[in-house]
Ligand binder design. Structure first.
Ligand SMILES: Cc1cc2nc3c(=O)[nH]c(=O)nc-3n(C[C@H](O)[C@H](O)[C@H](O)COP(=O)(O)OP(=O)(O)OC[C@H]3O[C@@H](n4cnc5c(N)ncnc54)[C@H](O)[C@@H]3O)c2cc1C
Length: 462
């Protein structure tokens, strides 16, 4: 980051992953930052329960690098993972690397460890103040002021600053108040699937045959289980099921239902889930949302980042990575535009929105190939063929997954490049096929001619 200093005051609503990272960027720029978080610091940052693990990849790491946190994140709170092991119902496995050469890892870390790391860093900065138990209940986008209720005392108070950053997640109160003030499109879509977090705890040290340096998928068509390694020997599993119908969240109501379902569909892994029935029946059900809004900022006063402006379903493992990228881009635009904050916000939105829209689409599409084992293998074969055909023709060939996960190329450009490669592969495939048929017809033609000539010669001899 440039060392140019800008002085301003700002309020960050939401002390989650992107709010804390943004606070650090703003502090580096010389701003005074107050972060207001709804949860109380003492009670609400669970170490267990709904402990979702996150894939940290190139974009997230790049933002952390700018704040000198990349190495700490990699070395102290994550497990490097090189691909996905897919487990079939017949108890066979196949491996799908996360990168074309199989050598580039993604880093799996617990949401809470990552959050703790960011919180401790932010708390150590002299010009950042964190306020907990403060719920945003109102925003005046014209004034840049925010009303909070103290969740313990229930007292309401108002705070103002030069500008406000809404980093308060999927159900953002800042976004809600922004949209009340300025008309805009807002769209929320929910998949007809839900998920529950489960713990997989292999008893033996070798992980019960579950490699700690891969993620694990059990795709079963209507439902699937996937697991990401933790720092200890355990894995955090996520069971994804339809909300209704047969083999659904709705149909699995009793301990017997759950036990029989897992014994039937997940016989290899369910013995490694000692708290299966308890966890499945008691843990909160969560759903998969996509949220888009056409309005991300108001003048030079309010701007949204992270899930508050683009919640995506998690199948690509990019929501947080994209949120961290928002922080880096917004900080760079603020530095570039100096006092002209409105232009900085407008440019940030222009740079990010087409890309997070593209991410939202590929994230939903990616689910198909994850849950359905047949589609999964067709998709993988198609991608591999497409890459090979392009490379055979000495053209660039990289899987979309590789571009999204291991580069910082804008998401929309990755999608366009992958579509271009697919088109080329289709043409190249067609050309190979046509060349094959042309060669076969030529060989047929020549051998027919030879046969004719030979039979002509024989009749002359006769
Ligand atoms: C199951 C699952 C798996 C995922 N896996 C991955 C992954 O592997 N990789 C990846 O990159 N992303 C992943 N994501 C997405 C990732 O979790 C989000 O994109 C990321 O947390 C967004 O960060 P955020 O700071 O914008 O929002 P959040 O992390 O939700 O933080 C918002 C904060 O605002 C606070 N808040 C909310 N309302 C108020 C209010 N009114 N007043 C004050 N504070 C408020 C909340 O308490 C919270 O602390 C996953 C998501 C899910 C659900």
């Amino acid at each position: 980051m440039s060392s140019q200093k800008v002085t301003f005051t700002s309020i960050v609503v939401g002390g989650g992953l992107s709010g804390l990272l943004m606070a650090m960027y703003l502090s580096r720029m010389g701003g005074r930052v107050q972060v207001f978080e709804r949860r109380s610091v003492r009670t609400s940052w669970p170490r267990s329960g709904r402990s979702i693990n996150l894939l940290l990849s190139a974009r997230g790491l790049s933002a952390l690098r700018e704040l000198d946190l990349e190495e700490t994140a990699k070395k102290t709170i994550s497990v490097p993972v090189y691909g996905r092991t897919v487990h079939t119902i017949a108890n066979t496995t196949s491996f799908v690397p996360y990168s074309d050469d199989g050598r580039k890892p993604v880093h799996i870390c617990s949401r809470w460890d990552l959050h703790r790391m960011l919180r401790e860093e932010a708390e150590g900065l002299p010009n950042v103040t964190l306020h907990y138990g403060q719920q945003c209940v109102g925003v005046d986008p014209d004034k840049g002021s925010v009303s909070f209720v103290d969740t313990e005392t229930k007292q309401q108070h108002e705070v103002s600053a030069d500008f406000v950053i809404g980093a308060d997640g999927t159900y953002s109160a800042v976004r809600e108040h922004l949209l009340r003030r300025v008309p805009a499109n807002f769209e929320q879509t929910v998949l007809s699937l839900g998920y529950r977090e489960l713990t997989i705890r292999p008893e033996d040290q070798d992980g019960g045959g579950l490699d700690r340096h891969t993620s694990h998928d059990w795709p079963r068509g209507r439902h699937m289980l996937f697991a990401l390694p933790n720092l200890d020997n355990s894995f955090s599993g996520t069971m994804i099921l339809p909300l209704n119908g047969r083999e659904s969240i709705e149909s699995l109501r009793t301990e017997t239902d759950v036990r029989e379902f897992f014994a039937h569909h997940y016989p290899d892994v369910s013995p490694m889930m000692p708290d299966l029935t308890d966890e499945f029946l008691s843990r909160k059900l969560a759903t998969f949302l996509t949220v888009r809004t056409s309005r991300w900022h108001h003048r030079d006063k309010v701007v949204l980042i992270g899930d508050a402006c683009h919640t995506v379903v998690p199948f690509y493992g990019q929501g947080m990575n994209a949120a961290f990228e928002d922080c880096a881009v917004l900080a760079s635009r603020l530095l570039a535009h100096g006092d002209d904050r409105e232009s900085a916000f407008a440019e940030y939105v222009a740079l990010r929105k087409p890309n997070t829209d593209a991410l939202a689409e590929i994230s939903v599409r990616h689910l198909d190939g994850l849950v359905d084992p047949v589609r999964h293998s067709i998709r993988e074969t198609r991608h591999r063929m497409s890459v090979r055909l392009n490379r055979l023709a000495r053209l660039p060939g990289t899987r979309l997954y590789e571009m999204v996960t291991h580069t910082t190329a804008p998401y929309a450009e990755c999608v366009v490049a992958a579509a271009r490669q697919e088109r080329r592969a289709r043409w190249l495939g067609l050309s190979v096929l046509m060349a094959f048929y042309a060669a076969r017809s030529w060989i047929d033609h020549v051998s027919r001619r030879l046969r004719q000539r030979r039979s002509g010669m024989k009749s002359q001899e006769a």
